[in-house]
Design a protein around this ligand. Structure first.
Ligand SMILES: O=C(O)CCC(=O)C(=O)O
Ligand SMILES: [Fe+2]
Length: 202
């Protein structure tokens, strides 16, 4: 190991215990990543997300979309959604995520954050509909944003940045023991698109 190297080690676990998170860094050249951002921005059926939180109907500023192998329905916070059929670009990106991780995915949840005013609060992706302990591959395009993980018991926090065209993978027991969030920030004025490839239990 070269201690002085600033290269990203995708085999390094960012978590000290209770799960596995690997950051693969940038998978694409700048112009390729720019192109994916543009195509996703234009072709995805973006919709404002709805949820019921403490009995209140909430419509988020962040936009979302859900794609998959079948029209899985997915319910959280009492709002249910149906998966749309894959687009050509999503299939390409899914294949890349599968090759990198050595696993397969059957759906993808996409998020569009218009700027740093939009984020996502602490949660874990441990819905019953997801295959237990299946890996989640998170691809990012656009503005670089900070990503935080917090252990449910010890409250230990791990922080990293998700670059344009990068891949982060959460695997093993990560969703059981850790929460994650995308904090809002005044420093970011540009949009970011995030894709999380998942495995629904079928
Ligand atoms: O935007 C991100 O990086 C996080 C998205 C996320 O956690 C989710 O969709 O469950
Ligand atoms: Fe998540």
């Amino acid at each position: 190991m070269d201690l002085f190297s600033t290269e990203i080690d995708k085999n390094q676990n960012l978590l000290p215990y209770g799960g596995t998170v690997n950051y693969y860094g940038k998978l694409f050249l700048q112009h390729e990543a720019n192109l994916y951002f543009e195509v996703l921005w234009e072709t995805i059926e973006w919709k404002n997300d709805e949820a019921f939180i403490m009995g209140k109907h909430i419509i988020t500023k962040r936009k979302v979309a859900w794609y998959g192998d079948e029209d899985y329905s997915y319910t959280y916070s009492r709002a249910s959604k149906k998966a749309l059929p894959w687009t050509a670009e999503l299939l390409k990106l899914k294949k890349i995520a599968e090759e990198k991780t050595g696993t397969t995915f059957n759906s993808c949840l996409l998020n569009l954050y218009h700027n740093g005013n939009e984020g996502m609060a602490y949660h874990s992706d441990d819905e019953k509909a997801l295959a237990k302990n299946s890996a989640i591959a998170s691809m990012s395009f656009g503005a670089e944003r900070k990503f935080l993980l917090k252990h449910k018991e010890t409250k230990e926090t791990i922080s990293t940045f998700l670059a344009h065209g990068s891949l982060l993978v959460m695997a093993g027991e990560t969703q059981t023991h850790w929460l994650h969030r995308l904090p809002t920030t005044k420093k970011v004025s540009k949009p970011r698109i995030n894709l999380t490839f998942r495995t629904m239990a079928v």
